[in-house]
Design a protein around this ligand. Structure first.
Ligand SMILES: C[S@@+](CC[C@H](N)C(=O)[O-])C[C@H]1O[C@@H](n2cnc3c(N)ncnc32)[C@H](O)[C@@H]1O
Length: 247
């Protein structure tokens, strides 16, 4: 029997885990429970999630989060905050670096990004971008909602701001690596999009294709998309990898 790790917000445990045998329990950080769950039980949980008012999120290849729909962003924030110091080791670092490389390559090829220009990294996490050629060729500014992540990114040498109001002007382009499948509120991203000059672009990946249609519709509604260019990596499958070029 394969047992997976499931993280459940403590206050949701009774609802979500009723009828499911718990493995060894340890209190995870930030009031979350880290419990073992048999794969068959997880499948059952996923099947019944909608009617139970919960969403089941598989994250970073290792974690499964069971979240009440109404508290999704809040619990995602708690998860990423608690994982921040270990983010670089629990993720496949090479994969994230490769994604950032592919995105910035796409901006240079299709959206007029030149060396030395300001590049925004939306949802920069712990600053993986500084480990890529983008960190050398462009002035990069990260935008990140979690201070637990920004602290680490700043230590790595990245300039990080918390809201789009603090971004420089003009912006040469924007990347977003492994963020938009999480279904963030799009206000801040749209604000960045509106500031891009015609011909400039937003390059992003959509893990397993999730979120692409939602983001494209929002960009079309706010100033338009001239073209969507598909990108690819020879090394990893990053889901749907694209550059949206601004009209
Ligand atoms: C999977 S990490 C990706 C980090 C980095 N871009 C990388 O490729 O390693 C997702 C990041 O998105 C951030 N994030 C989550 N929800 C967000 C939102 N609504 N707006 C902006 N960033 C968000 C998280 O705090 C986290 O740092």
């Amino acid at each position: 029997m394969r047992v997976m790790r499931v993280i459940v917000h403590a206050s949701d445990v009774d609802v979500v885990l009723s009828g499911i045998e718990r493995g060894d329990q340890t209190l995870y950080e930030s009031g979350m429970w880290d419990v073992g769950i048999a794969e068959a039980d997880l499948l059952r949980l996923e099947r019944n999630a909608g009617s139970a008012g919960v969403v089941v999120e598989k994250l970073l290849d290792e974690f499964v989060l069971v979240i009440r729909e109404t508290r999704r962003q809040d619990v995602l924030d708690q998860f990423f905050a608690s994982i921040a110091p270990r983010y670089a080791v629990v993720t496949q670092r090479d994969r994230n670096r490769d994604c950032v490389e592919a995105l910035t390559f796409g901006l240079r090829q299709f959206a007029a990004l030149s060396d030395g220009e300001q590049l925004v990294d939306f949802g920069c996490g712990d600053g993986v971008v500084v480990e890529t050629s983008a960190g050398l060729r462009n002035r990069v500014v990260g935008i990140e909602r979690l201070s637990e992540m920004s602290v680490i990114a700043r230590r790595a040498g990245l300039h990080v701001v918390q809201t789009q109001r603090d971004l420089p002007d003009p912006i040469g382009g924007c990347i977003s690596s492994y963020v938009l499948h999480l279904g963030p509120q799009l206000d801040e991203l749209l604000d960045i999009w509106k500031r891009l000059a015609p011909g400039r672009g937003l390059a992003a990946n959509f893990h397993k294709g999730v979120g692409f249609t939602r983001v494209r519709s929002a960009l079309v509604a706010h100033g338009g998309v001239a073209t969507v260019r598909d990108l690819r990596s020879d090394r990893f499958d990053h889901g749907k990898l694209v550059v949206f070029v601004r009209k």
